[in-house]
Design a protein around this ligand. Sequence first.
Ligand code: ADP
Length: 541
Amino acid sequence: MYDNNSKKLSHLLRARFPYIYITTYEEDRVTKFIKSIALSKTEVKYPREVFTWTQSTGLKTDERIIPNTKSPARLIEYITKYENDSVFILYDFHVFFGGCKQCRPDTAVVRSLRDLIPTLKTGTTRKNIIFVSPELCIPDTLQKDIVLYDFPLPKMEEIKARLNKLISSNKAIDTENLNEEDKDKICKAALGLTMQEAENAFALAMVNDGKLSKNDIDIILGEKMQVIRKTGMLEYVLTDLGIEDIGGLDNLKKWLLKRNNSWSEKAKKYCIPAPKGVLVTGVPGCGKSLTAKAMSTIWQLPLLRLDLGKIFSGIVGSSEENMRKAISTVEAVAPAILWVDEIEKGLNGVSQANDSGVSSRIFGTFLTWMQEKTAPVFVIATANNIHQLPPELLRKGRFDEIFFVDLPTLQERKEIFKVHLTKRLKDDEVCAEVKPDDNLINKLAEMTEGFIGSEIEQVVISALCEAFFENRALRFSDFEKAVANTVPLSQTQKEQILAIREWANVRAVCASSKESIETYEQSDSLGKDISSARGGRRLDV
Ligand code: ADP
C-alpha cells in the first residue's frame, strides 16, 4: 500500500540516519506505517522494537509504559542506555525546538540530542529516533542531523479500505444504490484529505439522509474545498468555463488540446513523457487566467490555485513547511492541474537576500519538484510582469513551453466579442435594435484596436448598463460610447507592452495563431511600433 514510501523510510532506518522528522497531523496513521516497516524483517533486515513518546504519558510500547520518562532529559537517558534494536517515535517534540514562533529552542534538550548522535550512528544496537509533529521546526544546530521525510496523504486504495470498513461497521447506513464504480468516485473526491478528514466527510455525507450514494460526491468535494481553503495557500477552483469561452489564443489552445489525456494508458503506448507544465506570460487581461480555468474543464481535472505570495510571507505558518504541505496536497489530489497565479509576485523576494535564504530555499524546493515530480500534476503558471521572473525558472526543462499572450489581433477581437455578446445578448427585447451577428461583431472589433480582452468584455457590459439604466433596448451608440470612454491599457502602458514584447520575442511562443497575426498586421493601423513588434515566436505548435 505504501510502496516507494516504505522503501524510502526503510532505507533511512537501515542507513542509521539518527533523526528523521515527519510533519503530519495523522499520528495514528503514521505510527501504523512506521511499525509496518520497523517490525518487518523484509523491510529492515533487523526488526526493531517500536516505542512512542508523548510528554503526558512518557515512553511506551503496545504492552507497557516505561515509568519516569516524561521529561525529555529522562527520555534521552533511557534511549541512550537501551540495548535492543529500536525505533523511538517522539510526538510534538517541536515544542522543545522553539515550535511556537516566539519561542527559543530548549538548549539542554538540543545539546543532549547532539550528544546522542554517535550512539545512534555507530552504537552496537540499531536505534532510530523519529519526530512526528504537525509543525516543522528544527533548531539551527540540528539542521544537519535531521532528515525530513514526507509522509504522503492517503491514496485511493487506503481510503477505499477505510470506506469499506466504515460501511461494514455501520449497518444502519443504506448503501443499496452504491456500486464499486460509485465507491471509487466517492474515494476519488476525498483524495487530498487526511484519513480523519476523509472519514469526517463520509460521516457528514451519511448523516445527511442515512444513505451513501454517488449523490454524496458533492458533499465530499465541498468538504475538500473547505479543508484545502483552510490551508490558506491552496484554493480548489470550481469552474464551468470551457474552450468556447476563450476568444483567440488558437496556438495555445491547440497545444493544450494536444496534451489532453497525456496520462492515459494510450499515451503510455506512445511513450510520451508526461507534460510538466506551461508558463503563460503577457499583457494583463488577455485571457491567461481564463485559460487556466478552461483547461480544468477541457482536461476534466481538478484545478488547484496556489498562492505563492502567502507561502513566502509565512502568514499561515512556516514558509518551507507550507510549500511542502501544498505540494503533498496537490500530489494527493493528482491527476490535477496546479495553477500558480501571478508567479512573479510570489517570487519577488527570491533575489533579495534579506530573509536568510528562506525564499531561495522554498523556490528551490518548488523548482526541484517541478523538474522531478512523478505524480501527474500539470503546472500552469501565469505571469504579467516577466521582468520579475528569476532566470532559473525559465531554464529549459522547467516548463514544456513558455507562451506569450499579446494584445488580441483583429480576428481575436472578433472572437472575444462573439464570446461575450453571445453570453449576454439573449433577450429579444434587449436586442430589438442590435443583434449579436457578424455585422455587429465586425464593426466592434474594428473600433477596438489595441483593446485587451477584459476591456472588450467591459465594453459589452457598459453598453448593456447604459441601456438598462435608460430602460430601453440596446443601441449601437451604447457601444460607441463605451469604446469612447475607455482609455485602453495599450495606450496607458505602451512602453511596458513594448518591453515585454521584446522580452518575449526570444523566449516565448506566441499564443495566437500565425494566421491570425498575419491578418492583424495587414489590417491594423495602430502605431506600427506596436503591431510590427508583436511578441513571441510565431510557431505552429
Ligand atoms: P489575465 O490575462 O490577466 O489573467 P484574465 O484571463 O483574468 O486576464 O481576463 C479577465 C477577463 O477578461 C476574463 O475573465 C474574460 O472575461 C475576459 N477575457 C480576457 N481575455 C479573453 C479572451 N481571450 N477571450 C474571452 N474573454 C477574455
